[in-house]
Design a protein around this ligand. Structure first.
Ligand code: S3P
Length: 431
């Protein structure tokens, strides 16, 4: 593949898109969203919200209109809610159902059905919801919301924006004040957007921990939302451009919320040339255009503290590390084992098959880079993506940075978060 040049725009942010639909579905009146990500995960959220009474329609490409039912107004769905591959849809919608007087059944694909739901069942159970889950606290599960639900103060045992959001969303229809204490900050789109929709939500820093309080029985006002491009999707193009000789690529309109942008600092520390142009704010989120040029990368030790701000970007960071000079060490990444796949073992296996030198530890990978030379690539056997979009896209980028190319067993999961990935890659390589 040739150098990546020109200007591209990746699709809308997945986290913000889910939330735009959910909060729009709870506001009374019309919410308009432009730049919505039209990936399978977000469409699963839209379908579930329709099944619970919201009117959601696409008016043109990326433009959506939502007529909400009001907080407390969700209706009982008459069929199981199929969440596909999407953990965010599942956990956040479980939060909403928890404080409505309705029951719902959640199902998902093989990947989602292996992921832990106990982390949301625990706090939502404390708020009064009832659950019948599959063994190990997994999908399929049936839940019964509680009306009224009981407000709680919940200290997050894992750094998870999905768990935080599930409790806050349950708090929306719960009398009194629901509090989440977050020892380690995670993505804060729920807090920012709920405030934008008029919820009574406050964030206070107490001895280094974030105390997030939401007053329930809220009334949400409809909004007009512009969704910035997803930094987690931009990440694949950033690394592809850094690794491909001759590249000079501009990626427009990328969301750079501090709780999401950890990868950029890491890659700059590795020697990557990434310039932030025209820094501005869109819809309450910081954004910039990123200009990325081919660079010689060097290995680093990644501080585990940075993990929550780049939690979805480790697979692609591992690819960058595999082509850098020297060793990159990561640790404190146990959470990666419960994503769409076990991303530590999946990436260790896939990169090893592509000829990289990788050692898997209990909580990270240690990668000795090629020193800037291409990876050998795969020969014969395709690498296994385990229904994980980010493994598929990361290994596609590894393929670009290899001599023989990398064969991937299944590219279909890419459509969960980035349906235009292959088209945009072809466009950037041609420009
Ligand atoms: C997300 C939170 C993260 C992230 C996921 C999206 C969100 O999950 O991995 O892709 O939108 O809240 P965790 O909460 O499990 O860390």
């Amino acid at each position: 593949m040739g150098a990546l040049t020109g200007t591209i725009r990746v699709p809308g942010d997945k986290s913000i898109s889910h939330r735009a639909l959910m909060f729009g579905a709870l506001a009374v009146g019309e919410t308009r969203v432009s730049g919505l990500l039209e990936g399978h995960d977000v469409l699963a959220t839209a379908d579930a919200l329709r099944a619970m009474g919201a009117a959601i329609e696409k008016t043109s490409d990326g433009e959506w209109s939502i007529h909400g039912v009001g907080v407390g107004g969700l209706l009982q769905p008459d069929q199981a809610l199929d969440m596909g591959n999407s953990g965010t849809s599942t956990r956040l919608l479980m939060g909403l159902v928890a404080s409505h007087g309705i029951s719902a059944t959640f199902t998902g694909d093989a990947s989602l059905s292996g992921r832990p739901m106990g982390r949301v069942i625990d706090p939502l159970g404390q708020m009064g919801a009832g659950f019948e889950a599959s063994p190990g606290g997994t999908l399929p599960l049936m839940m019964k919301g509680s009306l009224p639900a009981v407000p709680i103060t919940y200290r997050l045992p894992v750094a998870s924006a999905q768990v935080k959001s599930a409790v806050l969303l349950a708090g929306l229809n719960t009398p009194g004040v629901t509090t989440v204490i977050e020892p380690v900050p995670t993505r804060d789109h729920t807090e920012r957007m709920l405030k934008g929709f008029g919820a009574d939500l406050s964030v206070e820093l107490v001895e280094g921990e974030r105390h997030i309080r939401i007053r329930g029985e809220a009334e949400l006002k409809p909004q007009t939302i512009t969704v910035p491009s997803d930094p987690s999707s931009a990440a694949f193009f950033i690394v592809a451009a850094l690794l491909t000789p001759g590249s000079d690529l501009t990626i427009e309109n990328v969301g750079l919320n501090d709780t999401r942008a950890g990868l950029i600092g890491m890659l700059q520390q590795m020697g990557g040339s990434i310039e932030l142009l025209d820094e501005r704010e869109i819809g309450g989120e910081p954004v910039a255009d990123l200009r990325v040029k081919h660079s010689a990368l060097k290995g680093i030790e990644v501080d585990p503290q940075i993990a929550p701000s780049m939690i979805d970007e480790f697979p692609i960071l591992f690819v960058a590390a595999a082509c850098a000079s020297g060793v990159t060490t990561t640790s404190g990444l146990e959470e990666l084992r419960v994503k769409e796949s076990d991303r530590l073992s999946a990436m260790a296996a896939a990169l090893t098959a592509a000829g990289a030198r990788v050692k898997e530890t209990g909580d990270g990978l240690i990668i000795a880079g090629t020193g800037g030379a291409p990876l050998p690539g795969t020969s014969g056997e395709p690498v296994t993506t385990h229904l994980d979009h980010r493994i598929a896209m990361s290994m596609a980028v590894a393929g670009i940075a290899s001599s023989a190319g990398v064969e991937v067993d299944d590219t279909r999961p890419i459509a969960t978060s980035f349906p235009t990935f292959e088209t945009l890659l072809a466009q950037a390589a041609r420009d």
